[in-house]
Ligand binder design. Sequence first.
Ligand SMILES: *[C@@H]1O[C@H](CO)[C@@H](O)[C@H](O)[C@H]1NC(C)=O
Ligand SMILES: *[C@@H]1O[C@H](CO)[C@@H](O)[C@H](O)[C@H]1NC(C)=O
Ligand SMILES: [Ca+2]
Length: 222
Amino acid sequence: MILLLVMLTACAATPQDLSGKMFIFPQQTNTARVRLTASTQRFVAVTVCHRSFTDLKRDHILFSLATPSSANGFLIFWFEENKGIAPHVKNRMTEYKGWDYKSNMWHSICTTWDSESELVQLWFDGQPSIKKFISSGSIISGSTIIILGQEQDSHGGGFDSKQCFVGMMSDVHMWNHTLSPCEIQKYMDELNFTPGNVLNWSALEFQITGRVLIEDKQKNCD
Ligand SMILES: *[C@@H]1O[C@H](CO)[C@@H](O)[C@H](O)[C@H]1NC(C)=O
Ligand SMILES: *[C@@H]1O[C@H](CO)[C@@H](O)[C@H](O)[C@H]1NC(C)=O
Ligand SMILES: [Ca+2]
């Protein structure tokens, strides 16, 4: 039954509304992943937001976008040693250290970047970081491959099970502009916000490879 569901999902080419749902990555592999289809391949600026729930105590990937020229085209990575979230843009990176990324609860992370100022900023559970310079140069362009669950060391491949994501992910959105702090706050608080115009969780085109499942997000009973 579950296998059938996975197969049906894997074949679906039309966008699906994943509101109230989550992807489950239930085991450490170097194969299980979700490939997301973006509505555009040219980014003057980027905002990516997602929620994750894990008990990993090691480095892991949160969001991996590769182009032919940059495996780390736009990448969000967790470094366990420094409790650091590291945005990468066009193979350059910066690290924000010391976040309280507790196990077994949802965390909301948004990252913004624009090619004009070359500044990145991230929000972690509602709290903004400082803005930092990444020497990223020009816009992100070229054939884009976006993957959840695995980190791309090459365009669409080069996965390492020691960097894979194990846990749940939900509410993945991407925009080709930077969101205002108010819009980000609305996302963080799970209020009404304008969905991503590049990746829209309410109309997501994706393809599952390996053991990744879709289930309703647990809600607290009140
Ligand atoms: C953002 O993407 C949309 C289509 O998805 C496009 O119409 C718009 O021009 C893009 N904006 C920028 C700033 O690239
Ligand atoms: C996101 O998807 C929902 C559901 O299909 C749709 O109503 C909404 O207009 C979409 N938003 C954007 C920005 O594409
Ligand atoms: Ca890697």
